[in-house]
Design a protein around this ligand. Sequence first.
Ligand code: ATP
Length: 236
Amino acid sequence: MLTVKGLKAAYGMHQALAGVDLRIALGEIVVILGANGAGKSTLLRAVAGLCEGQVSGEIALDGLPLHTLPPEEIVEAGIAFVPEGRGIFGDLSVSENLQLGAYSRHARKNRIANLERVYDLFPKLKERGRQIARTMSGGEQQMVAIGRAMMADPKILMLDEPSLGLSPLLSKELFQNLSRISATGLGVLLVEQNAKLSLGISDRGYLIENGAITGEDRASALLHDPAVQAAYLGGA
Ligand code: ATP
């Protein structure tokens, strides 16, 4: 279980997170919905130890405090992060990108088994191992980014706007893949613009406004909530 308590983040005078509490269990998919600038990326970056602002509050994975650890030890503890824009190495091959995901101590040990797991999930990455990553399509690059994060052998996979720039069909495929990943026992925490598809695969969701959590419910309840529909589902 990942728990976040009283998480605050500020960039100079700007308070981006004003005391956020959330939790996500292994095997669960949780989505964070919020308008532009609400603090969603800051939240994920703070959990990953990558927020450039001043951060305070408690973050723990299965009772192990993470907020005192450097980013590489947070990865070691079991948190993998796919940033917005994917963050893959465009000039390297697909298989080199995957290998680079296995840099933590425990991931290095399980590298072969993890690679098999990634190839099971994304057979295309096996076929295209030698292809230079930037020549892959947007959807394929997203697979590389997720595959690389999975090579870290995480307990929790965090993704910032993974469907950004993908066609509706590829977005659907992406979310199906996230369901398959969570079914293997990982917690999946995602920030998404595509509220409909992401709520469709999620167990629970949080609403964030101006750096504060303003709602939390089962994803199925949020899908039918008139306020959520008006704000995030185009009144659908
Ligand atoms: P979006 O959906 O537009 O990416 P978001 O919900 O992810 O938005 P954040 O990126 O977390 O929001 O930003 C929250 C607030 O913090 C915004 O007002 C943003 O301008 C500010 N902010 C984010 N990163 C920095 C930074 N590195 N330096 C200064 N201010 C920042």
